[in-house]
Structure formats: C-alpha cells, structure tokens
Design a protein around this ligand. Sequence first.
Ligand code: HEC
Length: 206
Amino acid sequence: MASVNLREAAERLMAGGEKAEAINTGHPSKERKRRMKKTKWMAAATAALVMAALGGAYAQQQAQRNVNDWLLNAPDDTTRFQLLQRYLRGFDQPMWEVGERFRMIHQALADENWELAVYHWEKTRDTIVNGYLKRPLRQPNSQAMFVDNIFQPTLAAFRAGNSAKAWEAFQTARAACMSCHEAERVTYMNNQALFRLTEQPARPGG
Ligand code: HEC
C-alpha cells in the first residue's frame, strides 16, 4: 500500500539523522556540526511533509468509506469475527429452517414428490449439523437423537418411493424432533401448529 511505503520512507529518513550523529563521536569540526544540523533539519522537514501527505490520504480514505461495509469498516479482525458471530445467531435460526423444511417434506410426501422430500431431508441434516457447529452443547443430543440413527433410514424410506413406508418414516422422524425438544428443555416447541399439522398426512396438492 502506498501509505505504508510513505511511512517507511519517513522512518528511514529520521533514523538516518540519528545515525549520522552517532558516528560522529570525536570532536567534530564546525563545518561538520553545521552539516549535521542541516541533515537533521532536512530529515525533520521531510518527515513533516510526509506526515501531512499521510494525513491527507487518511482523510480521503475516510471520505471514500462506504457505510454499508459493516465488516470492512470494523477496526480489526477480532471485532469482525464478533460481528459475524452475532449475525449468524445460534441454534434458533437453523431450527426455524428445519421447521420450514419439515413442512415442505410433509407436503412433498402427499404429492409423492420423493425427490423433493429427499432434497429437503438432506438439507435438514446439513442445517442441524451447522446448528451445532455454532452451539456445540446441542451436538450430543443432535447426533444421538437425529443425525446418527434417524437420518439414514428416513432418507432410504423417502428414496424407496413407497407412500406407506415414507409416511411411517416421517412419523418416526417427527417423534425424534419432539424428543430432542424435550431433552433440550424446550418442550413448549412441540405445542405449535407445525407438529399438529404433521401428525396426519397432508392432502395432495396442499
Ligand atoms: C438438539 C436436538 C434437536 C433436534 C434433533 C431438533 N430440534 Fe428443534 N429445537 C431444538 C432447540 C434447542 C430449539 C430452541 C432453539 C433456541 O432456543 O435457540 C428448537 C427449536 C425448534 C423450532 C422453533 C424455531 C424458531 O425459532 O421458530 C422448530 C420449528 C423446531 N425446533 C423444529 C424441529 C424439527 C421439525 C425437528 C426435526 C426434523 C427438530 N426441530 C429437531 C432442538 C432440537
């Protein structure tokens, strides 16, 4: 960056002045003293000029700053990561997505759109895994109650393209969702429209 090079040049100039003084340890002549003085004065003047230029560049940079650069404008990377962490939320947002996808699967089974059911089911697993990436305390129950044993058999049932089997697997999965809510002490999650709706098969076409 140009500004960094300017700063380096200024520092080198200042250091040069100090070095010149250090070398002359004996009894310097009057002429030598005068030259040294001149060198130091020039170094200081150049440094002042460079500083002024740097100040101007900084002001220009500030003026060009885009207020929408919410990450780029943060003072350092730690602050940027804190902003990202806050923005990416916790387990709630993945669960919100999981709930929506579960509703989509419910309808996809009624429409016998097995590919769509498989699609949403795979995204459901990814979403839960991404959820405990952010909230590791949710990982043990997520794995034990969903990822490690419920996910695969349900996927196989949806792929098989058999309505009765698919519906049975869906009910087993629904029970797993609700058990995890109990295990994670958010039992009130089970008392909502999504779980009443998914108790019975949907009508084809919605
Ligand atoms: C780790 C066990 C666990 C599993 C497995 C699980 N959930 Fe959740 N769910 C939670 C927790 C914990 C919350 C509350 C999140 C919070 O408070 O941040 C929640 C919240 C929710 C919410 C409310 C989200 C909101 O903010 O609107 C819905 C809907 C939901 N879950 C649906 C499901 C469905 C459907 C499944 C199964 C496909 C499922 N969950 C599987 C633990 C789980």
